[in-house]
Design a protein around this ligand. Structure first.
Ligand SMILES: Cc1cc2nc3c(=O)[nH]c(=O)nc-3n(C[C@H](O)[C@H](O)[C@H](O)COP(=O)(O)O)c2cc1C
Length: 211
């Protein structure tokens, strides 16, 4: 079995942040999860949508052309094997800015990728509604959305102004999520795992359960 802890060819994980707010807690939560991905041996970078001059998705197709930053965003996500999606809860769902960014991308960026979800809310319910919506989007894009997810409720209580997380349990959950995204992304993209999967597909049916 390959050592998934210290891969020879590190996988690339990106954290896509759905909040544009300076000093936003979503960005802080994603940074903790990205640390977890690094601990598992991945290269991990954050993507801040405020660094990209995007347009609203108007349904045009690629042939009609997009501003260069749309292609730059697509490339940053396309070259990652795993993606941590972080969103604030806005009116019981994900932020519009993240939805628009996702609408400007598609299967090329997400199909077959490992996805970890992080939701952040001001209220006590956490970002769970936003994460349900993101989970459905992940399924629509044929991504592997991990069952584990993290919601940070009442985020204003959880972080210091410098981004230090004050809740050790939440810190641990975010780190674990980041590690899982990196490990499953590695497992899913490593050559030997792929060889195993090919052999497995050719294998005779498992007779277990027959009487
Ligand atoms: C337009 C808008 C809608 C919001 N809707 C909700 C909501 O439905 N539930 C909730 O708990 N908090 C809601 N909030 C609060 C945000 O989830 C909270 O401020 C969060 O920290 C924002 O993320 P950020 O710190 O990364 O900017 C809303 C905030 C805004 C600006």
């Amino acid at each position: 079995m390959e050592d998934v802890k210290q891969p020879e060819n590190p996988v690339r994980i990106v954290g896509l942040c759905g909040s544009l707010r300076a000093g936003g807690y979503t960005r802080m939560a994603l940074e903790v999860a990205l640390q977890g991905a690094r601990q598992a041996g991945a290269e991990a970078d954050s993507i801040h949508l405020s660094d990209y001059r995007l347009i609203f998705c108007d349904g045009r197709d690629s042939k009609e052309g997009f501003p260069p930053d749309v292609y730059r965003l697509r490339e940053a996500v396309r070259t990652a094997q795993g993606i941590l999606l972080g969103t604030p809860e806005y009116h019981g769902s994900l932020s519009g800015v993240l939805k628009n960014a996702l609408d400007l991308m598609g299967f090329d960026e997400f199909e077959g990728k490992m996805i970890g979800l992080v939701g952040v809310s001001g209220g006590a319910m956490g970002g769970v509604e936003a994460l349900n919506a993101l989970r459905a989007i992940g399924r629509a894009l044929h991504a592997w959305v991990l069952p584990e997810q993290v919601t940070v409720a009442q985020a204003w209580k959880v972080f210091d102004a410098d981004g230090t997380i004050k809740d050790a349990r939440l810190e641990d959950r975010l780190i674990t999520l980041g590690r899982q995204v990196a490990r499953f992304a590695y497992l899913h993209s490593s050559r030997r795992s792929m060889e195993f999967l090919k052999l497995w597909e050719q294998a005779p049916p498992n007779p277990g359960g027959r009487r």
